[in-house]
Design a protein around this ligand. Structure first.
Ligand SMILES: Cc1cc2nc3c(=O)[nH]c(=O)nc-3n(C[C@H](O)[C@H](O)[C@H](O)COP(=O)(O)OP(=O)(O)OC[C@H]3O[C@@H](n4cnc5c(N)ncnc54)[C@H](O)[C@@H]3O)c2cc1C
Length: 309
């Protein structure tokens, strides 16, 4: 068995990458197939994910559009009750932030809406592979009075703090035990992708032919309690590997414990991170959760003091 420390990584590099590269990097965490990433792999991966309807992968990249339209045109958009978007009027522009998934689903059901047609004209031409099969043609109405542009992250970060809170999304990859992820996923406004125990076969070479566990923070190495924990993990691993000889990972995993190491990407805006930090760094929170959330809160608050303080 392998024992690792818990940790986290803010996905800075992926924020600077293109949408498909971001989606592929996040999507592959489920299958732990990061070794398959090449300079040409992102587009076919995302295409396959879209075909298979693994829609939660499509939540892992957001876009902020600035749309100049009339009040009536904006009202027409609002009447659709677009789901999972953040929208704010700012001067003569409406800021619209949503994930690739939320745009795909909006485009799929609102073809005759002027603002939607204008966003499609702007976005679908740029990223046809992300929206293939979603858009079945507009009404042909004149949309030349609507202006659409994309805001870069640097521009979003220069907005007033209350708008940064809503429109700046941050992804964090945690390496923690399964008890911690079970609690994290209770935060509903976030998007998640997690290493799949149904799919991963830990007897494979790429996993070192063994199960990885997260070091328990409750027991110090060298104590009787730690020895008992270690014994339990070793016994469990033996049984899991034996079961894998005759059954699938999804069957064998039923014996795996909370201490199993898992990777999870949590993606949400800063407003939600602020809420998570309030709940998950408090003395009432689970200690293994606080172990990762306190340093993460310190780091993100250092970057966005006006938003997170
Ligand atoms: C110390 C601690 C102990 C806990 N113990 C337990 C326990 O024993 N058992 C248990 O089941 N859970 C427990 N939980 C989980 C807890 O009940 C919440 O499910 C979890 O913390 C998510 O927080 P949330 O509901 O405030 O907000 P999130 O899901 O993060 O949502 C953020 C905000 O979005 C809004 N929102 C999201 N969804 C809705 C909705 N459907 N309706 C209205 N508003 C919505 C709310 O304004 C909310 O504040 C515990 C959590 C903590 C921190």
């Amino acid at each position: 068995m392998i024992v690792v420390d818990p940790g986290f990584e803010i996905q800075d590099a992926l924020d600077q990458a293109s949408l498909v590269i971001r989606l592929e990097a996040c999507g592959r965490i489920c299958y732990k197939s990061e070794e398959k990433i090449t300079k040409d792999s992102a587009m076919p991966f995302v295409k396959k994910i879209a075909e298979h309807g693994h829609n939660s992968v499509m939540e892992m990249a957001v876009v902020t559009l600035g749309v100049q339209c009339s009040a009536e045109q904006f009202d027409e958009l609002l009447a659709l009750e677009p789901k999972y978007f953040f929208m704010d009027r700012r001067g003569d522009e409406v800021l619209i932030t949503g994930s690739v998934r939320s745009f795909r689903e909006l485009y799929g059901r609102a073809a005759k809406t002027a603002v939607v047609e204008a966003m499609v004209a702007f976005q679908v031409n740029k990223h046809p592979y992300l929206f293939e099969g979603v858009w079945d043609g507009g009404s042909g109405q004149d949309i030349s009075d609507i202006q659409v542009r994309k805001l870069a992250i640097a521009e979003v970060e220069k907005l007033p703090p209350e708008l940064v809170a809503k429109h700046r999304f941050c992804g964090v990859m945690f390496t923690v035990n399964r008890a911690v992820t079970h609690e994290i996923v209770r935060h509903r406004p976030c998007s998640y992708l997690q290493e799949s125990q149904r799919y991963c076969r830990y007897s494979q070479d790429k996993f070192g032919n063994q199960v990885t566990f997260v070091k328990p923070m409750f027991y110090d190495e060298g104590t009787e309690e730690y020895a008992l924990w270690q014994q339990a993990m070793e016994d469990t691993e033996k049984i899991y590997l034996k079961l894998l000889e005759s059954s699938t990972p999804q069957a064998a995993r039923t014996v795996l414990p909370n201490s199993c190491k898992t990777e999870i990407i949590v993606y949400c805006n800063l407003e939600e991170w602020k809420h998570i930090f309030k709940l998950r760094t408090s003395p009432a929170a689970e200690p293994s959760m606080r172990e990762v959330m306190i340093p993460l809160a310190e780091e993100l608050t250092g970057r966005y003091p006006d938003v997170l303080n």
